[in-house]
Write a protein that binds this ligand. Sequence first.
Ligand SMILES: [Zn+2]
Length: 161
Amino acid sequence: MIWKVKIPLKIACFTWLLANQAALTQHNLMKRGMQICSRCWFCECEVETINHLFLHCREVAKLWQIFINLRGISWTMPRNIKEALACWNRDGNQSGHRERWKIVPACIWWSIWMERNQRWFKNKSCSMQNLKLNCMVLFFFWCKHEYPQDAEDIPSILEFL
Ligand SMILES: [Zn+2]
């Protein structure tokens, strides 16, 4: 599910870490003995676990919603990363561009992780609107890199998601 998706190797490795609950979220750092008061950098309400930060946070849900709305599917977020990947790929087999659809989770997760690191380590944040835009631009560049023959511009890629 992870290594066959056409994304940069670094991102595939990051996705693998998420699927194995091994990325260094605050919750995982606390389990390793680091003393921090964990809070999600997006909703500021919940402990920053992998499943919260990347799947269940109400703020992060806005990124998922972009792609879910474009495809017009109904979607209930699964419990963990592995289930989310399996369900996402299964639902993506029904119509549209299957290979592009499989890129979406890694694109969302990488966008979240980059923004979370900016907020934590550089004390900088961008608006949710800009985060959505960044995520779509990233998605476009990965699609364009992997499928240059059919990726002309962002609207056409999103139209035929
Ligand atoms: Zn949150």
